[in-house]
Ligand binder design. Sequence first.
Ligand SMILES: Cc1ncc(COP(=O)(O)O)c(C=O)c1O
Length: 404
Amino acid sequence: MKLDVEAVRACYPALADGYAYLDGAAGTQVPTAVIEAISQAQARGLGNAGGAFPASKRADEITTASRAAVAALIGGHPDGVIFGTSMTALTYRVAGALAKNWRPGDEVVVSQLDHDANVRPWVQAAERGGATVRWAVVDPETGELPAAQYEDLITDRTRLVALTAASNVIGTRPDVPAIAARARAAGALTYVDGVHATPHMPVDIGAMGADFYATSAYKWSGPHIGIVAGDPALLDGLHPDKLVPSPNAVPERFELGTPPFASLAGVTAAVEHLAALAYPAEGSGDQSLRDRLLASMTAVERHEQELFEVMHAGLDSMPHVQTYGRAASRTATAYFTVAGRSPAEVAEHLASRKVNVWNGHNYAWELTGVLGIRDTGSAVRAGLVHYNDHDDVERLLTGVAELG
Ligand SMILES: Cc1ncc(COP(=O)(O)O)c(C=O)c1O
């Protein structure tokens, strides 16, 4: 199944502005179906949750549907899908709940590859509980996070391993199943940051061995909603701080305040949009949502990797460009510097050519330190998602070539 990129692009009104949107790693654009789902939810009338009247029942239905949609996207259980304002907020929340049981002598393993949102909440929670933090290191030459080091890092004192499924700057995809299996054998939990990974590949949190999997809908064509999914039975054993009268059931126990119902309608629409990338509605037959998602995300991954080969080879062929990351398995995310220009200048120049890229550490705080570029403006990030095409790549390469 091949992606019809022109048809995909036509779903996104924002792409008509003539810019090459290579900033998807910081947030994707939104298709018409998502915009309409959000506005229709509002237009039909929404009440708060749990009421006797139809507008309230619609809100409940929206929430239930959005949990099921996310579960289908990642291979999880709907009752284990927690929504929040952002992955960062939810990770602090889960860290706070888990750390209630941490004691001095307990250990937590974090990695240099991760976005700081999957580092600092654990480091700070460990500090409060007196637990010890151990670091998995990145090979700065390749950008790999070798799984073998976890043999020693994980001990029978390890309570939690926090690990990304893909780096948000250099795209490295570590061997999560191997590391999670090692953690499980030692009796530790694994918290996988799937925020960067989710839009680029089929996800199966069971096969990964993730006890918790975090993702953010705004990275995959949805609204600004954070998500953490886990086994409902595991969640039931955790007790985050909450108001006395707020629901104690799982997953509501983890959600603070009134949910953003209209946005949740947008989450469901975003998942359905992804499912239709490879199987438009009329061609879906009796395939389940999960099966259509797996087919779509496989096609997305292939499309992005094909374009990425062209993009990365183009960048690598320019003598004035240095690229970072050589991992064997990585998402279509390029991170590079240009000789004699700061990353901010490169981004400004590309913006003048109507090419959107990010510059800076992008919160890959430890990694940019390891790469030795954090204090010099870090680098430029150009990332591909399903709606990018050859023209976007050519325009990036032309713009960067002009700086040589
Ligand atoms: C890999 C990764 N993890 C975590 C985050 C934080 O997500 P949120 O903005 O939902 O807090 C980001 C955001 O860019 C990210 O790329």
